[in-house]
Design a binder for this molecule. Sequence first.
Ligand code: ADP
Ligand code: MG
Length: 660
Amino acid sequence: MSDATNDSATASGTHEFKAEVAAVLRLVTNSLYTNREIFLRELVSNASDALDKARFVALVDKDLRDQELTPHIQIIADQARGVLVIEDVGIGMSEQEATQNLGTIAHSGTLRFLEQAATEQAEGKRPDLDLIGQFGVGFYSAFMVADRIDVHSLSARPGHEPIHWSSDGTSFSIGPSARKLRGTRIELHLKDDAKEFLDRWRIEGIVKRYSNFVLYPIKLQRVDDKGVNDGDNRQINAASAFWTRSAKDVSDDDYKEFYTHVMGGFVLPGDEPLARLHLSLDAPIQFKAVLYVPGRRPPDLFNEDAKALQLYARRVLVMESCDKLLPTYLRFVRGVVDSEDLPLNVSREMLQEHQSLAAIRRQLTRKVLKLLEDTATDEPENYARLWEEFGVFIKEGLHTDNAHREQITGLLRFASTGSDGKLVSLHEYVEAMPEGQEAIYYITGDSTAALARSPHLEAVRARGYAVLLMTDAVDEWVVQDLREHEGKPLRSVTQGGDLGLSKDANETKDGDEPSAEASDIDPLLRVAKQVLGDRVKEVRASSRLTDSTACLVDDEGGLSRNMERILRMANRDVPTRPRILELNPGHAFVRAANELAAASLEAAPEAGSEPPQPLRTWVELLHDQANLAEGTVADPAGVVLRIQSLLDRVAGLRTEEPTP
Ligand code: ADP
Ligand code: MG
């Protein structure tokens, strides 16, 4: 009691703001802000804090005033007076508290940031407006829209008189008020250019955007320009943040509805989320989160400004899209994070570096990876869809998130020749490997159907080994990152060199065909290299073919053909390097060609003499086929000509070869 008397003796009257408040006010009113609407978020969150405090204090202090009042926040848009009112029945402020709390700046960073922005503006530079937009300056932000603010407040603690604080932004006065109920009523006398904030739809929009999940009902009433109350005092927020409830009390419908909200209010049928996560963690940091894996890939995932998780601090939205809450490769996850430990009033820059954020990110990353794992195990069909939409992002993580490498590897799925169109994990592939298979075989390209028919697979498949068919551009990096799995090396069937197939493999096929030794077709190899010249690096006998005559393989250590293709698509200048032509020594046509080659070498053994027709055309056609099997020929017209000449001969129309 005596305190209160004391207060009024020292505080009543007109006062100058503390220097730093004056500076902040100057900057705030200096129209630095582009995003003025955030003042309402700030005042609503103050009202909500005040209601929280009253509830909390009531637990220990039975003497609080007006305990029977239902906590709520009332907004009144008074068109007649040009005044916007925000009122609560919370803890209120004594005279001393009002002087103290509305006359100083709690956050030292605020002033520094604003001063820097103002300096930049004075220097003719454009301060980062977006940053400013994210910046809260609490109560003072109301001076962006008001040229005078009246605060009537009655402390809920007994022994205090109601007070009236009033300021035009340069100084403030404090005196008695007629307020009867506990709590605070803030009256903003709106500037002429801020009358839009009296509009019902505008207010509702702002409240829904930032304060929808504030726990207390926010009601809105409008008084028209003749002073007539429109009688409509609807609640305009959801007034509950179900993420604060225990997951078992939340219905599927609640999650569904909230998903729609997270996705911007619109979800097509069939696009329902593939997985969801509801978290409530207390240690080491307190936060709650509701996260979804969308049912369809959001269209903005490859954009610089892709949407990320929404960040709330105590149920008030502080960032619409905070990309620091999850690693980039998990950017397809959508939802909200609400922390008790984050300040509302810091810049985005400072927020991003807040150590709580890093702690939340660590937790979320672990939990999301676990969610993906669980989905893969418990709902394989869902996971297959999830992988279809987001696998390409998860693969990025293999390269960027070394700490979770093992988990991410477990999430990988690939098409395989051995699984009937189903995707397989590396573990499943290794499990299914027959006796004697030493490597995980794969091929990269742009369509699984074409890859599955590639001649490179023949010998491997003939042994009953499956081949992974990799069609994402990132797969080239995935295989480089992985190198091996469960002790088995990854081996491309298009890479030159030994495929690691067992030596006696040829014997395991039809016994009556003689085992074809590489040296058997030496003459053809020499002739072919002579005909093809620099177009191939080398011509050699193949151990990877059974049915086809020829294929091209990549130089060991060089870029794969697919990698060259990808880099070229990305407009990178990649020189085409000649590849190695492999011929199938077991194929009847190759052997026939070889006989011809042997005969021609015997007839003209000296090097440099031109091989005769039709040998030259045959070699060209073998090379053509190897290229065609991969879907790329440099000279399609030439191929057509050669095939036609062959057909002409078959039809007996021609005995001579065309001269190219
Ligand atoms: P912050 O909310 O971050 O503390 P603000 O500038 O928004 O900073 O508010 C300053 C202080 O003013 C608050 O901490 C609180 O003590 C007091 N205050 C503001 N609004 C209210 C209110 N509606 N009821 C009670 N106290 C309030
Ligand atoms: Mg505040």
